[in-house]
Structure formats: C-alpha cells, structure tokens
Design a protein around this ligand. Sequence first.
Ligand code: GLA
Length: 646
Amino acid sequence: MRRLALLCCLASAAAAETVYLNDLDLAPMRQGWGTPQLNRSIREQPLSLGGKVFDKGVGSHARSELWLQLDGQTERFQAVIGIDDNANGAGSVVYQVWADGKRIYDSGVIKTGEPAKEMDVDLRGARQVLMLINDAGDGINFDHGDYCDARFTYTGAPPKPIVGPDEEPVILTPKPGPAPRLNNVKRYGCRPGHPFLYRIPCQGDRPLRFSADGLPAGIQLDPGTGILSGTVPAKGEYRVVLHAENAAGKAERPFTIVAGDTLAPTPPMGWNDWYAHYDNVTDALMRQAADLMLSNGMADVGYAYVDIDDCWMTAEHHRDPQRQGPTRAADGTLLPNQHFPDMKALADYVHGRGLKAGLYTSPGPTTCAGFAGAWQHEAQDARTFADWGFDLLKYDWCSYGGVAGGNDLAAMQKPYRLMGELLKQQARDIQLNLCQYGMGNVWEWGAEVGGQSWRTAGDLGGELSRLFEVALHNCEHRAWNGPGAWNDPDYILVGNTGPAANPRPFGLTPNESYSFMSLWCLMASPLFYSGDMGSLDAFTLNVLCNPEVIELDQDPLGQCAAPAVLNAETFLLVKDLEDGSKAVGLFNRGEFPAEVTAPWAAIGVQGRRMVRDLWRGRELGVMEGSYTARVARHGVVLVKVAEAGP
Ligand code: GLA
C-alpha cells in the first residue's frame, strides 16, 4: 500500500510538458503531395490562416497521415487548423483524429478562405493515434492543410511518430518442401549464335539432378548445377521439357527457348545495387551479392541479374580518392575506378554461378552521381561492355540534357536509338534498360529504339509513401507492356536500404511489403530487388521469393493488370493469365482494415470459380458471383480465379 501511494505521489508530481508538432521527427508522416514543411506552408511560405501568420507549425497537404505512439502518456493536442491562405485555389479538407481505431475528432468540412479553427483533442488513455487531413470529397487539389501552433501536452515520453499501427511481420509464403519445384520461365528469349546462359531456378533439397528433353544442338546442361550454356545455332522455337529430381521426388516443367530477336519475353529479374550501396559499391560487394543470390534461395525462384548501378567508373570529384582518376585509357577505353580492378573477371565470376551481369552508364558526359558517361564514346563503350561480358545495360539520361541539342522527341530518342543499335551489333545478348524517367511517353517508343524495359517515372526511393499511386500511374501505360517490352516502375524496395555498413529499413510495414510485391507482379514489371542483400531478414526474403506470386509476373502473356472498382480507399487489379484464369489483387490503401469485394462482372468471369490465395499457397474454395476478403491497412489479398472444374 505504502509503495503504491508513493508511486501515485511521484506520478502526480511529474509535470506535464509541451512539445510542438514541428519539433517531432516527422519522417513517417505521409501526404498526397510534397513533403511536410516545418514552420512554413506546403508552398514554402510563412504559415498563414485567416490572415494570421504563425511562426510554428507544419504545412501539409491532403491526404495527410500521421501515426503517433502515445502509450497513454499524452493528454492533449491543440492546434489552429485550416487551408493555408497561400493555397491560391479552392480546396476543402476534413481533419480527423482516430485513437486506437475510434474516431475521436472530426473538424467537419473546412474550405479555403474560411476562418481558422481551433482544434483541441483529449488524448488521455490513447495508445496509438492517427491524425488525418482528408480530402473533403472534391479531390486533393489546393488542399494545403496546416497545423499551426500545434502542440501536445504529455507526461513521461513525448508522442513518437511511427509508420503505422503495430503489425506482426507474418510470413505467408509456404516453406519450400524437400521435393523439387521447378521455377523456370516458360519462355526464354535469346539471339542465335550468341553465348547462352541460364541457371534453371529450382527449389527443393540438394543435391538435385537436372535433365532436359528437346534441347537444341549446341546447348549443354550441367546435371548437377542445372546451368544451361552454349549457343543456339539457328532462329526458332525449341520446346524443351526440364526435369529435376532428388531423394524426395521429381518435377518437370516446359521451357520454350525462343531464338530470334526478342530478348526478355518475360520481365527480367535480379538485383541492382543502387539502394544498397550507392557510391560505396565495390567488386567485392557485387560478388557477395551473386553468392547471396544463390545461398538465400533468390536464384531458385528466378532472380538472375546482378547489376552494378552508378559509381563504378571514375569521377572528377569524389570524397573517395579511389573513385577518382583518369576517365579513359589512351585509346579511349572507359576505365573503372579502383574498387573494380577487373570488370571482365567480375562478369566471369557472376557467370560462373549461372547468373547474369548488368551495368550502368549515361549517354551524357557524366552520370547522375557525376561519374564518367558514354558521351561521344558510345560505340567504344558498347564494345567494351560486350568484351567484358555484361548482359544488361541501364542507360540513364542524367547529364545528357545538356548536350542533347534539342528537346523534341527525336532528340530525346537519339541516344537510346544509338545505344540500342550498338548493343544489337555486339556478339552477345545485352538487354537495354532505358532510364529517362518516362519523358516523351517512353513506353510508346522504348521498344522501337531497342529497349527491353524503360522506367516510367522518377526514382521510387522518395515516393514509397505513394506506392499505390505510383503503381496505378504505371498501369496507365499497360497497353505498351508485353513480351520483350516492359514498363519499369523502378526497383523493389523492401527490407533495408544501405549503405551496407549501416542498413536502415526502407520503412514499409509488413502489409505494405506484400502490397509492393503483389503490385509489381500484377503489373508484369521487371523484378529487381535493390535493398541490402547482406541484411535480408526471413520476412523480406519470403516476400521476395514466393514462387506462385512470381509466376504471375513471369506469365508468358506479359499483361499488366487493369484497375477495377477503384474507390478512395480500395481497388482491384485484374490480370489475364495465359491459362485463361485471372489474377486479382484486392488492395486497401486506407488506414483501417476493410472488406474488399471482387465481383465476377468486374473481373470478367462467370459462374462457379476456384479461388486460390497465392501468398498463402492455398485454395480458398469454389465461389459464385464474387469473392470478398478482409484486407489489412495498406495490404492486399492476392488470388487466382480459375475454372472450378466439373
Ligand atoms: C538516377 C536513376 C537511379 C540511379 C541513380 C544513380 O537517379 O534514376 O535509378 O541509377 O541515378 O546515380
């Protein structure tokens, strides 16, 4: 008793403190346009409401979401709210606060030009709180919502911004069984007469023994490693059947080699170092990634390219002297920096594991990070990349704008047309990835200038809070997506970003990670992981490596899903598959769990259908008319809807 009484006195003695919203770490705060502005409006002007200017506060924009961990220690939130006087257009917003799933504050509609409103919310007892500035039903244009003079009263720990409410990182992907499961692409493209290399992706206990029926003359299979190599002598379609066997069982799967002009009949898969290593990338880190791709199972579900991004050449200025030096040898050959002592040996190392090697440059004088580009050395560089043995080139616009000599479509296409042509002349298959952020509707002409894939937008790294919007935007170009021609909405950014010495989470919740991978696979996007391979945890690896989900991405039809039943918070993505079934993603971009329905009419099927949950690898049963699922905040339920059988 005495002890309790003492604690009581101590607690009441602790003085309530005040912290301003603008003094919290608002990195997890998300909004529909721009980034939260401290002590100024979203237009980067002084915060101003109803003619009054405020020194302190946060300028935001609908839809604005801030999750806070309070743990019952925050008592009150007070602010002056409204649409900033400098919005310069008619907007309308609603402010809401939700505490532990219940709405505890609603401002009603606030329109541009209305007097500022005092917001005063009792937060006593709340554990996790969501502060929202919502669009009031007329779209988010000019919805420049401010929190002025915004402050919390708390005792103990101050409120802590978090990425979302607690979520368990539940692994849904079933563990691979001991028996072999072949995960090879059904169609593989190559040019006849060129070196051929394909490591058959296969899960199951080792040792495995591989064999194949119908291989074209000139292609050998290593039965122990499952690596196919050699040269396909002539154009044509070779219908091969692959077999894998171990002590626990056997598997077979068709594999059609299409020797002709189409590279990448299914979206390329691999890893790119950019978001892991930036300008710290080294030969050793690339080799380590190739080793990890084999040892962590990624290669067994189809990841194959090991791509060096920017910063492997020399730069005029760099903090690391080993990245400085002469750009080119006396004969003009491009020189790697000292962290890449032997590019050919690196490519050989990757090939030795049955994987493929990619690299990066810019058509401009310098790359985006200031390293030497290919400007005026294009033919020589294309030859060098082929001599070294690389299999993919990412060609990043960067400084090219300064030398393009025009900004019409022809000028925009010119460097890519040139490199596309040069790569075709090499004696090996080199895929071309156009990186120019979608300029000039690149999806309409990327294939024609020789590309197999093209970025449809800017860098995804800064856009992760708008993942669903980025994906829906990418879907707008779905008509141009198909075998040999892939819209590229950028890398898969789940798990940790670099630098590898200090990996930090990208900041996506578990459900967002599932949504990310589901979106990319439904869109038939190139699947390049770009997080830190060295710190992959079991959850992230399972998000990356679900063979049934990847199979959607690699479906030979190559169709990008179409949005359907699109509401403010939920939507469907529907994709036709080669076998006549449909893949459907039921997405919830709202802040709370929601029921999402996929009506048969919206997905283009009728009658009784078998529904299979692809993440869990489980039949959900035969349904008629529609399928409804409860979908987590920012989450997905991904299903295949197929013939129900007799
Ligand atoms: C651009 C590209 C990125 C990356 C960097 C490297 O920003 O869009 O993907 O390649 O350059 O500097």
